[in-house]
Design a protein around this ligand. Structure first.
Ligand SMILES: NC(=O)c1ccc[n+]([C@@H]2O[C@H](COP(=O)([O-])OP(=O)(O)OC[C@H]3O[C@@H](n4cnc5c(N)ncnc54)[C@H](OP(=O)(O)O)[C@@H]3O)[C@@H](O)[C@H]2O)c1
Length: 249
């Protein structure tokens, strides 16, 4: 497909987590790659990370709330007939603890619940409120930033209980959601995306000098979007890494 055709195909793009490190880089990459697309960024924070991006509109929304998401989808619907691409770039390594658990004795009930809420419940709520707008697109795409650590078969080191459990739950949500959206729209793609290790506030304390594949947010964003847009309906429900390889559950 020529660049122009690819650009025309993508009309309405919605990105949650507009002011996160990877989220802001994704918005910038999308804005540059698809200048004619209508791009909407959503953040909880009233700071305009998108001020210099002419084709991006920013909405402030507490997307952890069902009510706020219902309002946001109504507002969105007044301006857009459908969503072609929806990306969730939000998530945390730890919600309450200073660092992830190394042993079972460090397990904290509040951390488990809040980590699950942020990493898995919020993407599910967003999908619920934008399901109809996704289903009515020609070939809708939904992607949420997951992590290799959510793979059960890949777990060789243990530790990081809350984050592992939450990303596994997110991956199960993605598989289940892919089946429901497929019933409404055979062209749909619903996937988890693993960015690799990205230099952010989130990760810098855990990056060792031996860490392979450690990317800047800009490189991570371009890799993720290129992988996301190349995935086919037959691959819907899976989790894919920055290089396009599938991460098995
Ligand atoms: N960095 C890495 O190496 C790495 C590796 C694998 C996977 N990931 C995944 O990539 C995603 C983004 O990570 P990042 O490195 O860009 O992190 P980041 O810069 O810390 O951004 C975190 C994002 O999550 C949102 N968030 C934080 N706390 C929240 C809360 N309590 N409720 C709702 N939303 C909350 C923030 O939203 P606001 O902007 O609204 O505050 C922000 O958009 C995460 O899902 C993470 O698991 C990252």
């Amino acid at each position: 497909m020529s660049e122009k055709n690819a650009e025309e195909k993508i009309k309405n793009i919605l990105v949650f987590g507009a002011t996160g490190t990877i989220g802001a880089a994704i918005l910038k990459y999308l804005s540059m790659s698809y200048p004619s697309a209508q791009i909407t960024g959503v953040s909880r924070r009233p700071q305009d990370a998108t001020a210099d991006l002419s084709n991006v509109t920013l909405h402030i929304c507490d997307y952890g709330s069902d009510t706020a998401l219902a309002q946001l989808s109504k507002i969105y619907e007044q301006h857009h007939a459908h969503v072609d691409e929806l990306l969730i770039t939000t998530g945390v390594l730890t919600a309450i603890l200073d660092k992830p658990e190394k042993s079972v004795q460090q397990i904290d009930q509040e951390e488990l619940l809040e980590n699950l809420r942020i990493n898995a419940v919020i993407p599910a709520l967003i999908f619920k409120h934008f399901f109809r707008l996704l289903a009515s697109a020609h070939a809708p795409r939904f992607g949420a930033l997951s992590a290799r650590i959510g793979s059960i078969s890949d777990n060789r080191l243990g530790g990081w209980y809350a984050y592992r459990m939450a990303k596994s739950a997110l991956n199960m949500f993605i598989k289940t959601a892919s089946l429901e959206l497929k019933r409404k729209n055979k062209q749909s793609v619903v996937v988890g995306l693993h960015p690799g290790t990205v230099k952010t506030k989130f990760s810098e304390r855990f990056i060792k000098h031996t860490t392979k594949n450690c990317f800047t947010p800009e490189v991570a964003a371009s890799q993720l979007i290129d992988v996301f847009q190349a995935l086919t309906p037959a691959q819907s429900g899976g989790c894919f890494a920055w290089d396009g390889t599938e991460i098995l559950p």
